[in-house]
Design a protein around this ligand. Structure first.
Ligand SMILES: Cc1cc2nc3c(=O)[nH]c(=O)nc-3n(C[C@H](O)[C@H](O)[C@H](O)COP(=O)(O)OP(=O)(O)OC[C@H]3O[C@@H](n4cnc5c(N)ncnc54)[C@H](O)[C@@H]3O)c2cc1C
Length: 399
């Protein structure tokens, strides 16, 4: 078996060496991320080549079955591919909520027809998906959502008529499809009246309004549904069974968040920057109290990275890692924020520049990364809510 795995490793290594363009081996920055979908655009020929080669190999989702466009690799081979990509510093060839979050739940809960209709275009990079969960009065308390989907059976067939709105929909204006939670039974208990529906964003009655933030343009949108007709074949799981699908999807979201941070990570190494601030012109250490803070952050980072590797191995061995995943989402996002709080403390006003030639590129990036780090503690479940989940489901504490 080991020989077989070593042969596979050699094959992967040779393929990556031959097929990953050199410019695709540099750390990625947000503006160079390639988002799949009908609006897909490449800025360089290398981006296109890397995208097409990985797509054709089925390595957008190496573990998915080949018949849906995946790579059909078993967990050990997936791990080898990940290791070899990391060794060369290969970028992700594309970013797509569909592949990370919806795809795995369609594989688990979808019908054969749904898998064929949605997984294949997703794997060809032709459709972009957004997430329609949050509503103005349903964020942490998601089960309070009110967007309704009325079941109808008429001359046009069986369908759901959707009315209501979603908020904080990331990239709603760029997406082709939305996976959404809707209320199909207003009389049932909160969670039991919710269904999971796939909505074509070009359907009549869907309108999207981008949200402006204090920093100007943002990826957030509001999405409004006005008598939107959704064919019943787009219901995933049983009617009223959407909560179980959503819970599973949120686990994939939390796992995928490490990829977001990777993709939108600034090109600087925050702790290396901090270290440079803590020596004087002659290289002698200064500020003992702050150096203590840096040492703590470095130790935390090392401990997290080792834990991450261990949990990944457990997942590949088929063990249930939902508990550790909930803890890691909390710890990782809190650590990221702590790192940038520390840097802003060190750089003072220089960390607060938004634009201008008086700031270095690193300083401008620190400001953006500091603000961004706060959003990770909210997206995919806020830290407080995450603590509640850990208390209840992982530690088994009473309500
Ligand atoms: C970067 C980013 C991207 C996002 N993308 C999407 C997206 O694509 N699609 C989508 O549907 N949503 C998206 N969201 C929304 C996100 O899911 C919600 O913001 C999140 O669930 C929190 O809900 P809320 O904003 O309504 O805050 P609230 O639920 O109103 O919470 C407000 C505060 O109260 C605290 N709180 C709430 N309940 C409790 C409790 N029981 N115990 C203790 N404290 C509590 C929270 O921790 C928080 O600090 C995104 C958010 C961010 C920041």
């Amino acid at each position: 078996m080991n020989d077989e795995m070593e042969a596979f490793r050699a094959e992967v290594r040779a393929w990556l060496e031959a097929n990953c363009p050199l410019s695709m081996r540099r750390p990625i920055v947000p503006e160079e991320m390639v988002w799949s979908g009908s609006k897909l655009q490449f800025q360089t020929e290398d981006q296109r080549l890397w995208f097409e080669r990985m797509r054709d190999r089925g390595w957008f989702a190496p573990g998915w079955p080949v018949e849906y466009g995946g790579g059909g690799l078993d967990p050990r081979r997936q791990r080898v591919l990940e290791q070899e990509m990391a060794r060369l510093g290969c970028r992700q060839p594309q970013y797509n909520l569909g592949v990370w979050m919806l795809g795995p739940v369609l594989l688990e809960f979808g019908t054969e027809a749904q898998k064929r209709e949605h997984l294949i275009p997703m794997m060809q990079g032709r459709t972009r998906w957004c997430q329609g969960f949050s509503e103005p009065n349903a964020g942490s308390d998601l089960a309070s959502l009110r967007t309704s989907a009325r079941h109808v059976q008429d001359e046009e067939g069986e369908a759901y008529i959707v009315n209501g709105s979603k908020i904080w929909t990331s990239y709603g204006d760029q997406s082709d499809w939305m996976y959404a939670l809707v209320r199909t039974d207003a009389g049932a208990r909160k969670q039991e009246g919710i269904s999971f529906l796939l909505i074509d964003m070009s359907s009549p009655g869907v309108s999207v309004k981008p949200i402006e933030l204090i920093s100007g343009k943002s990826s957030f949108c509001e999405v409004f549904f006005d008598d939107v007709r959704v064919p019943a074949r787009h219901l995933v799981g049983p009617r009223g069974g959407g909560w179980a699908v959503a819970k599973q999807l949120l686990q994939h979201e939390r796992a995928a968040m490490s990829k977001f941070t990777e993709g939108s990570a600034p090109s600087h190494d925050a702790l290396a920057l901090a270290r440079a601030c803590l020596v004087d012109e002659d290289g002698a250490p200064r500020e003992p109290v702050l150096r203590d803070g840096l040492a703590r952050l470095l130790m935390d980072e090392q401990a997290f990275s080792l834990t991450h590797r261990r949990v990944k191995e457990m997942a590949l061995a088929g063990q249930d890692v939902s508990g550790p995943a909930a803890i890691m989402k909390l710890v990782q996002t809190e650590q990221e924020a702590a790192k940038y709080e520390f840097l802003t403390q060190l750089l003072g006003q220089r960390a607060l520049g938004w634009e201008g030639e008086e700031f270095t590129r690193d300083e401008l990036e620190v400001c953006r990364a500091w603000l961004l780090s706060k959003t990770y503690m909210i997206a995919g479940g806020s830290s407080e809510v995450q603590l509640n989940i850990i208390a209840k489901r992982v530690l088994g504490l009473p309500e």
